[in-house]
Write a protein that binds this ligand. Structure first.
Ligand code: PLP
Length: 433
């Protein structure tokens, strides 16, 4: 595979940006080689600056549910672009996207648009604190919620711990407001709420945790989380930045039919343009400025280009049978690989939901918690990643990241990819590790 241009661009980027990138995982630090600089994408494929083309399972980390440069999205954005990029005023596009979401999502009544998932979660936490008048938050080890201070914390040792910062630059006083517990751990949840419920504004969870592998939760755990939050008068915040509009139009909320108090959204609602949103019932949302006293604002919030892309994407998601077909297609892709793993007794499982999948190396049983993942198992992914790149398949460059299938991936492309993945799995698993 030719890589001269990508390599040259990366050398230049190393001088321009810390680590050569605008966001850390892109730097290929967990896999072999250096980042590919992507020049273009169409449908299920991306092409790099050296002219190599790949079947893409990263899909810009989730937003591109209809693939790259989808004609409907491109037309909507181009039409909006002709009229101006931003006005800092309300536009009809915000109303249209909000109506599209709220009229098809019975779990929320009002929404506010922001410019990233991080901003959505940061604002939603402030809203939870403003609404309840309480300060602490409870989060789960292995869930990622963007990079705002109070959420960049990991568990210390013990069942229920105050967060230890996982980044420099975060005051201990802020980390101390975050309590971290394990996923799928009902005892810890009840202990934490018994101890701190009176001071806790919200419990935040990715209902489909997809940032530390794909740690699918038992529906009963999400239901008991709901009940415990209600009992302790603590808001339940579902972070659906990945799962929203991905595993169904109403995301994990609808999939599990568990009603959270606040939902954060992002990725798919912007069609690949910068966006985020948070939504709740009217009573909670009315606390947001200027209706209420919880301040939140943004120069580019509700930007007409992001809104137009979102409208085009979500309208296409609302086509009858869209999610069933995408899920079935993903099943048809993964089924032969699963059978191959079983037949050859290879050391991994595939965990998946809807059109999201994850290769869990050295997993003997369903993995639901971050601490069930042995970091040394990532050596398999590292080999797999470069072997697949060589064969024209692009996965996000970390074994902790999930893969996405888009509606642009054809059955034929997926069948070919499955074949290649089986070949590569046999190869890398047979080599000494
Ligand atoms: N929440 C979840 C669940 C995410 O997966 C992400 C990003 O991947 C974020 C929040 C942060 O979103 P953004 O990267 O748009 O700031």
């Amino acid at each position: 595979m030719k890589q001269e241009r990508s390599k040259r661009l990366f050398e230049e980027a190393l001088e321009l940006f810390p680590g050569g990138v605008s966001s850390p995982v892109r730097a290929f630090r967990s896999v072999h080689g250096t980042p590919l600089f992507i020049a273009s994408g169409k449908g299920s494929h991306i092409t790099d600056e050296d002219g190599n083309t790949f079947l893409d399972f990263c899909c810009s980390w989730g937003p591109l549910i209809h693939g790259h440069a989808d004609d409907r999205v491109i037309k909507a954005v181009s039409d909006a672009l002709q009229k101006g990029t931003s006005f800092g005023t309300p536009t009809k596009f915000e109303n249209a996207l909000a109506k599209l979401i709220l009229s098809n999502h019975p779990y929320v009544e009002q929404i506010r648009f922001v410019s990233s998932g991080t901003e959505a979660v940061m604002s939603a936490i402030r809203l939870a604190r403003g609404y309840t008048g309480k300060n602490k938050i409870i989060k789960f080890e292995g869930c990622y919620h963007g990079h705002s201070d109070g959420l960049l914390v990991k568990a210390g040792s013990g069942l229920v711990t105050f967060g230890e910062t996982s980044s420099k630059g975060i005051p201990k006083a802020i980390a101390d407001e975050t309590i971290v517990i394990g996923l799928d751990a009902e005892d810890a949840l009840h202990t934490a709420l018994d101890m701190y419920g009176a001071d806790t504004a919200c419990v935040i969870i990715e209902p489909v945790p997809a940032n530390n592998g794909l740690l699918l939760q038992r529906p009963a755990f999400l239901q008991s989380l709901r009940a415990a939050c209600t009992k302790h008068k603590v808001l339940l915040l579902f972070d659906e930045v990945i799962s929203g509009f991905r595993i169904g139009f109403t995301g994990a909320t609808g999939y599990y039919d568990v009603q959270p108090d606040i939902i954060t959204l992002g990725k798919i609602i912007g069609g690949g343009l910068p966006v985020g949103a948070f939504a709740a019932n009217k009573e909670i949302m009315q606390c947001i400025s200027p209706a209420g006293a919880v301040y939140q604002a943004g120069t580019l919030s509700g930007n007409p280009l992001s809104m137009s892309a979102g409208i085009a994407q979500l309208e296409a998601c609302l086509t009858s049978g869209f999610y069933t077909e995408l899920e079935n297609k993903t099943d048809r892709f993964l089924q032969p690989i699963k059978q191959h793993i079983q037949k050859e007794d290879l050391p991994l499982r595939i965990q998946h939901i809807g059109s999201i999948f994850w290769f869990a190396f050295e997993a003997k049983e369903a993995i639901r918690r971050a601490d069930q993942i042995d970091p040394s198992s990532m050596r398999y992914f590292k080999e797999m990643h470069s072997a697949l790149l060589e064969r024209g398949i692009y996965l996000g460059p970390s074994g902790y990241e999930v893969g996405f299938v888009s509606s642009a991936h054809s059955d034929a492309e997926l069948a070919d990819a499955a074949h290649t993945i089986m070949e590569v799995l046999s190869l890398i698993c047979s080599e000494a590790h």
